[in-house]
Design a protein around this ligand. Sequence first.
Ligand SMILES: [Zn+2]
Ligand SMILES: [Zn+2]
Ligand SMILES: [Zn+2]
Ligand SMILES: [Zn+2]
Ligand SMILES: [Zn+2]
Length: 333
Amino acid sequence: MIEKNVPARISLAPWKESAVWSRRSVLLLFFSGTAFSHAQDEKYCRVCGRRIEAGEPFFAVPDRTEAICARCNQAAPRCRFCKLPTAAQAIHPYSGACPSCEAQLIHCQACGRAILGIRYSFALREGFFCPACKRNRPACFLCGAPVGDDLWRYPDDRVVCGACGERAIFDIDDIARIMEEAGAIVQSSYGLALSTAYVLRVEKLNSASATTRELRDRIFSDRSPLFGKELGLYRRVGTLSEIYLLFGLIPELLYEAAGHEYAHAWQADHNLLDAHPEWVEGFAQWAAAEVLRQKGFTAALERLERRGDSPYGTGYRQMKRLYRGNIRDLLPR
Ligand SMILES: [Zn+2]
Ligand SMILES: [Zn+2]
Ligand SMILES: [Zn+2]
Ligand SMILES: [Zn+2]
Ligand SMILES: [Zn+2]
């Protein structure tokens, strides 16, 4: 069929913005080649690259200056999304998309493939992840996202994604500076000054098993007291006040842990560490949240506020309910 008297310019809704690309078939207009007799109107088939001779019928791709020869329109495979005939080698083997559709798909940050269905996101990580990677790849210790092939393996066997590893802080002096800064923020915001100076210990994660008693007392002669998912720890042994922080954290987690443990040091100074765990941890989370707010770590702050686990999430929410603008609102009576 040759259609005559087609409008000079065809304008369709931008097909790429449609959320239902795959259901919509793209209109291909069949032109008589006679309209293109001048040299500057020479047309080449976008699929096979062959020049379309004068007088030869061809298909015009709407909203594009491209043409497709009749043979390719018949025989070439089509993009799964825009349905345009496309050279077989240009169709992406995984997504079935032509290059321009492939470029607009969302890609998994771990495997690089287009995500065609459900996608996952993580508060501390940019981008999206496919279900297969979430299921099959190890989760980053820091952001929780599936790790890509550029993963980091710390000396304590923690697995960290490439993006977090790039931002992680390993230098002890840097960690000590952040600890001090977080403490200064809590102190100046809420007037929580320490009467006992703490000793900062930067540690690796302890992957060895420990006895229940050791875990309860957190006293190890030569091993780190940090286990599992712990980022930091406060310990008071006699008059010795110690803050432990895990090395290799991303800045927002380091500031969060530092603010949290600083609050515990203040609680210890006031003999409040034996109070109800919801209060002890909720108050420490309250201090950590203030540090994140002042440092502008919005995603980490939102993540902290969303937590529903006991005693951290539940304790924090209780603090939020009690707070009327003065830190005294939060103190046990
Ligand atoms: Zn062709
Ligand atoms: Zn396409
Ligand atoms: Zn993936
Ligand atoms: Zn990560
Ligand atoms: Zn705590």
